[in-house]
Design a protein around this ligand. Structure first.
Ligand code: PGA
Length: 259
């Protein structure tokens, strides 16, 4: 079964309500012809409800950038899976490197969040990736495989289908830097990640899970990245902030995997 490509916009801490509205208005007509690709936008909590409303009845899934794995209680400042369901979010980013590095998220919390999102029926996009120092030291795979293993300490791959979870390989040194992994490096890491998924859920599971690349994707490099066998799409920060360039990426992903 062919995996359906996915192009995801990570707005990070950007966009006021009016800007979110303008963006969706500009995006939708530009991606009308994009067939066979899933499109997601990950917005801030303040614009998430509005994004859900604006994208209702369109192919765009509205998602959150984070949540907490407990359902309710004394967790000031946090938002739970039932709250995401309540507002109508269909997906959530889990363990983005900025959450891990700036806000101290650990492999343990990332694993718990991934498992809770799956049980709530909200698609988690679980981010993994190494720093520059780790890559230079030859420990890319040690880092990435450790992050992936931590997820399956909390999630039983045998109990879920491969369409219930998405991974994003995002080398930290390529995020927001303009420096992209070569398509070969992206394929190498993502191909190994897919192999590792087989250890947890078997070959069918590994063949179904979508794995995105993230890190300075832009219209000029999306085709080469999408052409890689195991790369199923992209998680895009900077180039997703303008509707026009994100639409180019969506259309690029749709064309790249058409055959
Ligand atoms: P970037 O961000 O496209 O700006 O490098 C990607 C991400 O952080 O998900």
């Amino acid at each position: 079964m062919a995996r359906r490509p996915m192009m995801a916009a990570n707005w990070k801490m950007n966009k006021l309500l009016g800007e979110a509205r303008d963006y969706v208005e500009q995006l939708l007509p530009r991606i009308e012809g994009a067939e066979g690709v899933d499109v997601a936008i990950f917005a801030t909590f303040t614009s998430l409800g509005e994004l859900v409303r604006l994208t209702q009845g369109t192919p765009v899934v509205a998602g959150a950038q984070n949540f907490y794995y407990e359902d309710s209680g004394a967790f000031t400042g946090e938002v739970s899976a039932p709250m995401l369901e309540d507002v109508g979010a269909g997906a959530v980013i889990v363990g983005h490197s900025e959450r891990r590095e700036i806000f101290g998220e650990t492999d343990e919390t990332v694993g718990r969040k991934a498992a809770r999102a799956v049980s709530a029926g909200i698609l988690p996009v679980v981010c993994v990736g190494e720093t520059k120092e780790e890559r230079d030291a030859g420990s890319m795979w040690e880092k990435v495989s450790g992050q992936v293993r931590a997820v399956f300490e909390h999630l039983d791959a045998g109990e879920i289908g491969g369409e219930a979870i998405v991974f994003a390989y995002e080398p930290v040194w390529a995020i927001g830097t303009g420096e992209t992994a070569t398509p070969e490096d992206a394929q190498d890491a993502i191909g190994r990640l897919r192999g590792l998924l087989g250890e947890f859920g078997g070959e069918d599971f590994a063949g179904e899970v979508r794995i995105l690349y993230g890190g300075s994707i832009k219209p000029g490099n999306v085709n080469d990245i999408m052409a890689q066998r195991d790369v199923d799409g992209g998680l895009v920060g900077g180039a997703s902030l303008e509707a026009e360039s994100f639409a180019e990426l969506v259309n690029g992903a749709s064309n790249a995997k058409e055959d």
